[in-house]
Write a protein that binds this ligand. Structure first.
Ligand code: SF4
Ligand code: SF4
Length: 516
């Protein structure tokens, strides 16, 4: 099996502040009219909250999102105490009450914005690994590690790579530097700079991103070795050359966020550019039917896989399915049909473009599906010949690690990439061209709000921070490689099955009372 020295491949983080003038933070720092503009706070604060540029008569408005809040009260540089005129106050930001949702809590959003800005894990007291959904990964914790297991090695010596081709069938070994890649997001559902920025980030991180069912804009070509081509039921923009461009071709049979419903791009988003790439009509709503009406058996499925393999002899084939009750049988069938990657997409996932009733109520939660599939593949004796990917509500580095400990080889990420680009989880992704952040939009004016360079670096930074968190975790359990974590469900506990005394040793999930 190929392993890699990730230290040779991983890029540097570059500080990339939010493109919006007033980034949202957990705390709000206010300076009132008693301020005499002495500049002491700017000299004192090591986090850059207060700035008084050379030649300015007054400090700039406080950059509240950098403030560490109440944790600063014990420091001798705490500006609130030191201000000679008592002109400063630090309080919880009331905006938090209207931000995010139970899965992506305000603190998780703010934590990820910080990672995307700096490439570092937040130092502000934010709970960015657990949501308040009351279920799924929010109920799981890694068990308290034994201090004797701790492995004192550097991040560079920890292997977080992922091998996508384990079949040994003569097709290329495709080894990624991180145990994750970007899920399908189409041109049309999202703005062009967003998807090209994702492809550029994937190239720098040596991972991959996926076209979704939006065709293959020519802007992807310089990054083709890191772009998965998706073939879904609408076949929008699928041509021989787009399949030949791809190192991995993904058949999307279903999405966990909306199994049985197919895809739907509203006509308002079908601009002339989107229509040209998708070879369709401007302003006309586009439906991807469910299912592939040419596939009703494993034999039909194999014909699909063979078709791709014939057109592109170097492509690896990925099968993306939702999590039906017979997910384990589907996995085995896909392996025998010739798939290299079996990608299960559980419920909970999806951007705001999937209807809530489908997102929360249809497919099997991914944390139930993974161990079942992992075990079944082992019993069949084929677990080591296939790469098992999981997605559907994997929000952060710890969710990813939990999915891997349950038995996945890696995870596929969608929403977190958008959060890195300042998504506020307002859930309006499907509403015409209207994403307020210019992300899930094809409106040319909103598209000016974001550029590829920004998208690339923010996503790179976020994954570099995730990697730091994975390395911290692996060291605690004496593991040198993410592969050693696969299937280690013995390292996990479920809060529901612990007695009160035991449960109190673990961090509680946040209990946010959200307004929305
Ligand atoms: S220390 Fe107080 S008075 Fe001086 S600039 Fe800061 S807020 Fe104004
Ligand atoms: S900010 Fe944009 S991408 Fe994020 S949920 Fe809202 S509409 Fe969707």
């Amino acid at each position: 099996m190929n392993t890699i020295k990730t230290k040779n491949i991983l890029p540097e983080s570059v500080n990339t502040p939010s493109r919006f003038r007033n980034p949202i933070g957990k705390y709000l720092v206010k300076r009132n009219s008693r301020c005499a503009a002495c500049g002491l706070c700017a000299e004192l604060c090591p986090y850059g909250v207060h700035i008084k540029p050379e030649g300015y008569s007054r400090p700039l408005p406080p950059r509240s999102h950098l403030c560490i809040g109440t944790a600063c009260a014990g420091n001798d540089f705490y500006c609130v105490k030191r201000c000679p005129n008592q002109a400063l106050s630090v309080n919880l930001n009331p905006t938090l009450q209207a931000l995010g949702d139970y899965r992506w809590t305000p603190e998780m959003l703010i934590g990820h914005w910080h990672m995307a800005e700096t490439g570092e894990l937040p130092r502000v007291d934010l709970e960015y690994s657990l949501g308040s959904s009351g279920g799924g990964f929010d109920k799981m914790r890694f068990r308290i590690p034994d201090a004797a297991d701790y492995l004192d090695i550097n991040d560079e010596d920890i292997d977080t790579s992922l091998n996508l081709n384990r079949r040994g069938d003569g097709r290329p070994q495709k080894v990624l530097s991180l145990p994750c890649y970007g899920g399908g997001m189409s041109f049309g559902s999202t703005a062009l700079p967003v998807i090209v920025g994702r492809a550029r980030a994937a190239t720098r991180l040596n991972t991959m991103t996926c076209t979704g069912e939006g065709g293959y804009p020519p802007e992807f070509l310089p990054y083709a070795e890191h772009v998965v081509t998706q073939v879904a039921t609408g076949l929008f923009g699928v041509r021989e050359e787009t399949i030949q461009n791809a190192p991995v071709v993904e058949f999307k049979y279903a999405q966990g966020a909306k199994p049985g419903l197919g895809g739907h791009l509203l006509g308002d988003k079908v601009t002339p550019e989107v229509a040209a790439i998708r070879e369709t009509v401007v302003g006309s709503s586009l439906f991807s039917p469910f299912p592939f009406h040419s596939v009703y058996s494993v034999e039909d499925h194999k014909k699909h896989v063979d078709w791709i393999k014939e057109i592109n002899p170097r492509a690896l084939v990925s099968i993306k399915v939702s999590t039906p009750s017979d997910a384990d049988m589907v996995a085995v069938g896909s392996y025998y049909a010739g798939a290299h990657i079996i990608h299960f997409d559980g419920s909970y996932g999806g951007t705001g473009a999937a209807p809530d009733i489908a997102k929360k109520n249809i497919a099997m939660p991914i944390e139930y599906a993974i161990p079942r599939i992992h075990r079944f593949l082992k019993e069949e004796g084929i677990r080591d010949q296939v790469c098992l990917m999981a997605s559907g509500g994997i929000r952060n580095a710890m969710d990813a690690a939990k999915a891997i400990a349950l038995g996945a080889d890696g995870v596929v990420i969608g929403t977190a990439d958008l959060v890195a680009l300042d998504c506020i989880r307002c859930g309006k992704c499907e509403s015409g061209r209207g994403c307020a952040r210019g992300i899930a939009s094809t409106d040319p004016e909103l598209g000016y709000m974001i550029n590829e360079e920004y998208a690339e670096q923010r996503i790179v930074n976020m994954y570099l921070a995730w990697r730091k968190q994975w390395c911290q975790l692996l060291r605690q359990y004496g593991l040198r490689s993410m592969k050693e974590l696969v299937g280690r469900s013995d390292l996990l506990v479920n809060m529901d099955y612990l007695d009160e005394a035991e449960r109190s040793k673990y961090p509680e999930a946040p209990k946010n009372k959200l307004v929305i």
